[in-house]
Write a new protein. Structure first.
Length: 141
């Protein structure tokens, strides 16, 4: 469940936007959700546990800073991560928990720089603080 999501406002989609700008939206649509994002996350966890489902979050978007500083995740890295999911090798990998939301992330995936696996290494500390606030229920991003 994507409780809080970084996305971009892209030039040409909104008046006055000349270059991509970071924006945040709970569950990809804060304006349209009725409950707090963590309630939707709890509902998803309940269903996943009931049916034994496994889910993987893969960042296929932007990493390392705002437009002009960061860059898109390399397609070759995305493919390596997806290959590891499909082969089952990630099921036996070593994991660590993120500070925000307690997500478990692999510490290494063959062919992928380990520093990009941890989102806290690739986003600003302001974003991390915002996500901590969302996780505590202080705000809806």
């Amino acid at each position: 469940m994507v409780v809080a999501m970084g996305t971009k406002q892209v030039a040409g989609t909104e008046e006055g936007i000349k270059e991509p700008q970071a924006t945040f939206s709970a569950c990809f649509g804060a304006a349209f959700i009725m409950l707090h994002p963590t309630r939707y996350a709890a509902m998803l966890v309940e269903k996943m546990q009931k049916y034994g489902a496994t889910a993987w979050l893969v960042n296929t978007g932007w990493s390392g800073g705002r437009y002009g500083i960061g860059s898109r995740i390399k397609l070759s890295y995305t493919r390596k991560i997806i290959d590891a999911i499909h082969s089952g090798s990630l099921l036996n990998a070593n994991y660590k928990k993120t500070q925000v939301f307690g997500l478990e992330i692999p510490t290494e995936v063959e062919g992928v720089p380990s520093e990009i696996l941890d989102p806290e290494n690739t986003v600003s500390q302001l974003f991390v603080k915002q996500m901590i606030d969302v996780d505590r229920g202080d705000v809806v991003a």
